[in-house]
Design a protein around this ligand. Structure first.
Ligand SMILES: Nc1ncnc2c1ncn2[C@@H]1O[C@H](COP(=O)(O)OP(=O)(O)OP(=O)(O)O)[C@@H](O)[C@H]1O
Length: 580
């Protein structure tokens, strides 16, 4: 197959394992050399390194797909299709489950990579009419999910603001027969607030720009984003656009459904805005108005005007809740239409495309969860590659010079350890009687974590990928001062309970995810961001070096070079040798 290589393909070294020198400078120089010729893929053994080209490359066409189908991994120049094809064929021969872990920071190219893989399977797997329908649905679900779950951030014009794990189900013939999506932690706060230079979820702008006049009229919307606070931070109505069926808001007087969600309308706009809930959510306008602008003092059976800030807070809470439910509903609908209910045994290839590590000027509770998730995935990578392989050599008494690596378990523990980690501390603080504020939480953090090498004062964490300061005082979620100063006691407790639930639920859903992944055979794509300004042809060496470092690529290379080139699980080897 050497003959299939063009002169261009020969630029640099295609597999870092074959580099003569294994220092960082040689590694980066090889990446740069290849990147300058639009060769964005390079291997470290079977791990694929991908550098974002920020331009369309003619390497994803049908001809390329055909070239890579059924060909041995190392026979052709590195490509994402080679990895996808190998995972698929290994699954078929070993009849086991696989997953492809796509990681990298925000804007590095993870979502694009997962789309390329899906497209490859949609062309390369055998198909019948029924299968094609399932496949079409899976492919078509992507733009819909992106519309509702992606947004422009400073780092990426199309950033995934939720985590997605998609299982593609195959039958024993290798036909793609179904799919299932698990979604994680949608960044709901974006619905009501965006950092400077960022936008709300795409769907809002798409609707205003693209909906027919009659649909806009039906929804009571105008074709101008400037009219909407949640898109421009001036006025609001957005959250009312979804149908009551979607949202699960039902009867007129079912106060429980929206009891704790209050909204504020100024006098002139009030009636206009209150018509929308009536029309779209099926809630009575008057009751909603009461709920939004009055509160009852239970002891005295009095009604008093809600403070403006309470009402705004309630309005935003309602908007976030509605959007969150809509998104969950959407994922369920997609799953209903793509899931294969036939009970015969299937194997799966899972694609994990989860938000990348991020640092913003203001980092909220959601960034905390996102970065914690990235820590967990890095830990999984370390466990499955650097640690497991070295442990195995040691256990089997194979001569081996240990490769040192930074094990981020210490950071995962800092966040999640039972009774001692930050999440436990948050839980405790939420449940503690007495005055609980941002400051008490910060004090507790400093008291308990002050000496930890990855904790700095003021809720600054030294993550594996960099230092992040989380906002505890201001208008973001873990905000105890904000809550105390603006909400009554009951709401404070309710909101604490909410964060308590979110953090703890997120922790357990990540635990489930990692357990699920550990039970599958892993393939890795490490995406690197080539520059901060999203420009084609720019290779920012310092930025790349930083990513190479924190992703542990040099350590992975050292283990790959020193370790056995071909490694297989004993059981799989036995199965294929005896029964093959
Ligand atoms: N293989 C590629 N070919 C061409 N352009 C690409 C490729 N990969 C990424 N890009 C460009 O980079 C942008 C960001 O990529 P992508 O959305 O996949 O990043 P991400 O890692 O998923 O980020 P986030 O974590 O914020 O969701 C894309 O919108 C696209 O313009």
């Amino acid at each position: 197959m050497e003959g299939a290589l063009t002169a261009r393909d020969r630029v640099g070294i295609q597999d870092f394992v074959l580099l003569e020198e294994t220092n960082e400078a040689a590694f980066i120089s090889n990446l740069k050399k290849r990147y300058s010729k639009d060769l964005i893929y390079t291997y470290i053994g079977t791990l694929l390194v991908s550098v974002n080209p920020y331009k369309e490359l003619d390497i994803y066409n049908k001809k390329q797909m055909d070239t890579y189908m059924g060909v041995n991994f190392f026979e052709l120049p590195p490509h994402i299709y080679a990895l996808a094809d190998n995972a698929y064929h290994t699954m078929l021969t070993e009849f086991n489950n696989h997953f492809i872990l796509i990681s990298g920071e925000s804007g590095a190219g993870k979502t694009e990579a997962s789309k390329k893989i899906l497209q490859f399977y949609s062309v390369s797997c055998p198909s019948t009419t029924l299968m094609s329908t399932v496949r079409d649905k899976m492919l078509m679900s992507n733009p819909v999910l992106e519309a509702f779950g992606n947004a422009k951030t400073l780092k990426n014009n199309n950033s995934s603001r939720f985590g997605k794990y998609m299982d593609i189900q195959f039958d024993s013939q290798g036909d793609a027969v179904g799919g299932h999506i698990l979604n994680y932690l949608l960044e709901k706060s974006r619905v009501v607030h965006q950092n400077h230079g960022e936008r709300n979820f795409h769907i809002f702008y798409q609707l205003v720009e693209g909906a027919s006049d009659s649909l806009l009229q039906q929804l009571g919307l105008e074709r101008d984003c400037q009219h909407y606070n949640y898109l421009t931070q001036v006025c609001m109505v957005w959250f009312l656009i979804f149908s009551k069926k979607t949202l699960g808001f039902q009867s007129k007087n079912n106060k429980n459904n929206y009891n704790k969600n209050k909204t504020f309308f100024d006098t002139q706009q009030r009636q206009k805005f209150l018509d929308f809930p009536q029309q779209l959510l099926g809630v009575d306008a008057h009751s909603l108005q009461e709920e939004l602008t009055f509160r009852k003092i239970e002891a005295k059976q009095e009604q008093v005007h809600t403070h403006l800030n309470h009402a705004i807070y309630g309005r935003d809470a309602l908007a976030k809740a509605i959007y969150g439910q809509t998104f969950t509903w959407l994922v369920h609908r997609i799953n209903d239409s793509t899931e294969n209910k036939d009970a015969s045994k299937k194997t799966v290839i899972g694609l994990l495309d989860i938000y990348g590590f991020e640092v913003f000027y203001v980092n909220s509770f959601e960034q905390f969860c996102i970065n914690y998730c990235n820590e967990k995935l890095q830990q999984l990578f370390i466990q499955l590659t650097l640690k497991a392989e070295q442990d195995e050599y040691e256990a089997e008494g194979i001569e081996w010079e240990p490769v040192q690596f930074f094990n981020n378990k210490i950071i995962c523990d800092l966040v999640e350890e039972k009774h001692r980690g930050i999440i436990s501390l948050l839980d405790e603080e939420c449940l503690r009687p007495g005055d609980v504020t941002d400051l008490t939480f910060l004090e507790r953090l400093e008291e308990k974590m002050g000496n930890h090498p990855h904790f700095r004062g003021d809720f600054r964490l030294l993550h594996y990928a960099g230092e992040v300061t989380y906002c505890v005082v201001g208008n973001n979620p873990i905000l105890f001062l904000f809550l105390i100063s603006h909400l009554d006691q009951l709401q404070v407790i309710m909101t604490f309970m909410l964060y308590l639930q979110v953090a703890t639920q997120f922790k357990s859903s990540l635990l489930k995810l990692t357990e699920m992944l550990m039970a599958k055979q892993a393939w890795y794509i490490r995406c690197l961001k080539s520059n901060e300004s999203k420009q084609p042809g720019q290779f920012d060496e310092a930025l790349i070096r930083h990513q190479v470092k924190y992703l542990g690529l040099m350590e992975h290379l050292r283990v790959r070079r020193a370790g056995f080139a071909y490694r297989r699980k004993y059981e799989d080897f036995l199965k294929s040798s005896c029964c093959g």
